[in-house]
Design a protein around this ligand. Structure first.
Ligand SMILES: [Zn+2]
Length: 272
């Protein structure tokens, strides 16, 4: 099991290829690697085999819910392992269609039910749709974080009030609104992430998990505190005993993925 002393925490990244995964060796990091559909859910499981500091999280990105087959397969996969859940949520920024938004809520409810049963931490994508999200989440007893939070301070405080965490990507270095939110929510609810390869601190740059360092330096400066310690503590509260379950699941993940790879045609999908 990875020890959490002197380590950077990235609660939300997308490392699907070998090349992307190789970037985590540049620093000491623990990252939660989020799938966005069935294929990438399998990929994050696959990369756990050789990287115990890359905790897989299974999910269906809200922009991918119109693909019925991948939704069905992911919904079958998610309950199989005691791992965190991501990327799931509501996206009203790109999805304007009423029926599709309803479908997003339906799928989110199904997933929260699974999370609630196993006390699995959930890392959410909520872009627009915050009031619908707050209505939904109240019915479940789950630990959750909103990744790359981009709403108002008022909504952020609501999230905190119902027990949620707010996670900030490196783009915060050049984003005044996120800086304002960070300074005005309780410090014990702040988490760091990269959402890499997206949301870098520099426009056009391909992000990577070790970029958390820049966020930590920035936050430490703002608060006058050693924020790496604060974030690690927050993370421990957020995941609770779940980190241990994730490490214990590793054996089962390996057996499962080896089974999938034994069918030669799957090899190409997972191993580039
Ligand atoms: Zn993401």
């Amino acid at each position: 099991m990875v020890h959490l002393d002197d380590i950077y925490i990235d609660v939300h990244t997308h490392l699907f290829t070998n090349d992307e995964v190789s970037k985590i060796n540049k620093c000491r990091i623990l990252a939660i690697n989020a799938g966005v559909d069935y294929e990438t859910d399998l990929r994050v499981l696959y990369h756990y085999i050789n990287n115990e500091n890359l905790i897989p999280a299974l999910g269906i990105h809200p922009e991918n819910i119109s693909n019925v087959i991948t939704v069905q397969k992911s919904l079958e996969l998610i309950p199989l392992f005691e791992l965190p859940i991501s990327e799931v949520g509501l996206d009203y920024f790109w999805i304007k269609d009423r029926e599709l938004r309803k479908k997003q809520i339906e799928i989110l409810e199904k997933i929260l039910e699974i999370a609630d049963k196993g006390s699995r931490p959930v890392i959410l994508h909520i872009r627009g749709g915050m009031s619908d999200f707050i209505n939904v989440i109240r019915s479940y007893n789950v630990k959750f974080a909103i990744h790359a939070y981009e709403g108002s301070l008022k909504d952020a405080l609501k999230v905190v009030e119902i027990g949620g965490y707010i996670s900030f990507p490196p783009v915060i270095l050049r984003d005044k609104n996120r800086q304002y939110i960070m300074k005005n929510i309780p410090i014990d609810r702040i988490l760091t992430e990269t959402d890499s390869p997206y949301l870098s601190f520099e426009k056009g740059r391909k992000g990577e998990p070790c970029d958390v360092k820049y966020t930590i330096d920035f936050m430490s400066n703002e608060f006058g505190l050693r924020m790496s310690e604060v974030i690690t503590n927050n993370f421990k509260h957020f995941v609770g005993n779940y980190l241990e379950s994730a490490f214990q699941e590793r054996r089962r993940v390996i057996t499962y993925i080896e089974g999938i790879l034994s069918n030669g045609s799957n090899k190409k999908t997972l191993q580039d």
